[in-house]
Design a protein around this ligand. Structure first.
Ligand SMILES: Nc1ncnc2c1ncn2[C@@H]1O[C@H](COP(=O)(O)OP(=O)(O)OP(=O)(O)O)[C@@H](O)[C@H]1O
Length: 293
């Protein structure tokens, strides 16, 4: 079963264009969506959920054209948005009643446990809660619906490190059931480093990488060496190169670089974080950070 399929999606704002020709996520897997600020992660998630109007393209959830008015599919989704929209004058216990009425699978015990863990005061109005607590409440609500498919847009932004770790542990136990699917957008790579089956990287509104997490280690490597030997690395092997006065560091395609390795080169496995940072860095601009100061 395919949990998510995006086809020919286009959405433009004044200075931004999101263009996703194709994106697929099989059910039972976790996909991490990585991208810099403004890369288009929230826009993509909003288009998937029909919260933003698509210019063109189609989104299928559980192999059905997604229609935000269609209750059956919506009841299978747990959604956490970067900026949760919860009614300011309601208390968590009142919002819970709305969820309870809509979601057949609502788990009251789980909601109570999550509220205790996250120290959410059920009697305060949303407008009296901190940003982090509102995010925790949004997470607790989404998980307590026992969804088949969690769609998370930067759920750990605004959480303190303790709450972030708690959330990652909860997520790990959530996905232990093999039928659960997660689409997780973040720019905190460590959040998905150990849990994602697939990694999709979006930059400037376009997917620049989408493959299994293992393929990063299998197909790519980091090559380091003296700056004067950087030109021995063939251009076709390089996805990104950072060159200093004394040394260079390059993200390379393993197959293309093997024959060209020199005795002074060091070859390392890329972590997701390293792979991502090397891939999305803008050569000139990102290397000149120190010159700004
Ligand atoms: N309602 C809007 N009107 C105009 N431009 C918008 C709107 N929403 C988003 N944008 C623009 O679209 C681009 C992508 O924004 P988006 O919020 O999708 O990025 P993001 O990857 O989620 O970033 P971040 O990590 O900072 O949350 C940005 O240039 C943003 O300014």
């Amino acid at each position: 079963m395919i949990a998510l399929r995006v086809e020919n999606l286009v959405k433009t704002y004044k200075d931004f264009r999101l263009e996703i020709p194709e994106l697929t996520l099989e059910s039972g897997y976790i996909m991490g969506l990585l991208g810099r600020n403004g890369a288009g992660k929230t826009t993509l998630i909003k288009c998937i959920l029909d919260l933003a109007k698509k210019e063109s393209g189609q989104v299928f959830i559980f192999e059905k054209l997604f229609d935000s008015d269609e209750i059956e599919t919506k009841q299978r989704l747990g959604i956490v948005m970067e900026t949760p929209v919860l009614p300011a004058n309601y208390k968590p216990k009142e919002i819970k009643q709305i969820f309870l009425a809509f979601y057949k699978t609502w788990d009251e015990k789980l909601f109570k446990k999550l509220c205790d863990l996250f120290e959410i005061d059920q009697n305060k109005k949303i407008l009296q809660l901190s940003k982090g607590t509102i995010m925790k409440l949004s997470i607790a609500l989404a998980l307590s619906t026992k969804p088949d498919f969690l769609i998370l847009d930067e759920p750990t932004s605004g959480l303190d490190p303790v709450a972030r770790n708690q959330f990652i542990e909860i997520l790990q136990s959530f996905v232990q059931s093999e039928e659960k699917t997660v689409f997780y957008s973040t720019h905190i790579v460590s959040d998905i480093e150990n849990v994602a089956d697939f990694v999709t990287i979006i930059d400037g509104g376009k997917i620049i990488f989408s493959a299994s997490r293992e393929s990063i280690e299998e197909e790519f490597c980091i090559v380091k060496g003296p700056a004067k030997e950087a030109d021995k690395v063939p251009a076709r092997a390089v996805l990104s190169m950072k060159k200093g006065s004394f040394s260079f560091e390059a993200l390379c395609k393993k197959k293309e670089i093997e024959r060209f390795l020199q005795p002074g080169f060091v070859v390392e496995k890329p972590s997701i974080e390293k792979f991502y940072v090397m891939l999305v860095r803008k050569d000139e601009k990102d290397d000149k950070v120190l010159e700004i100061l």
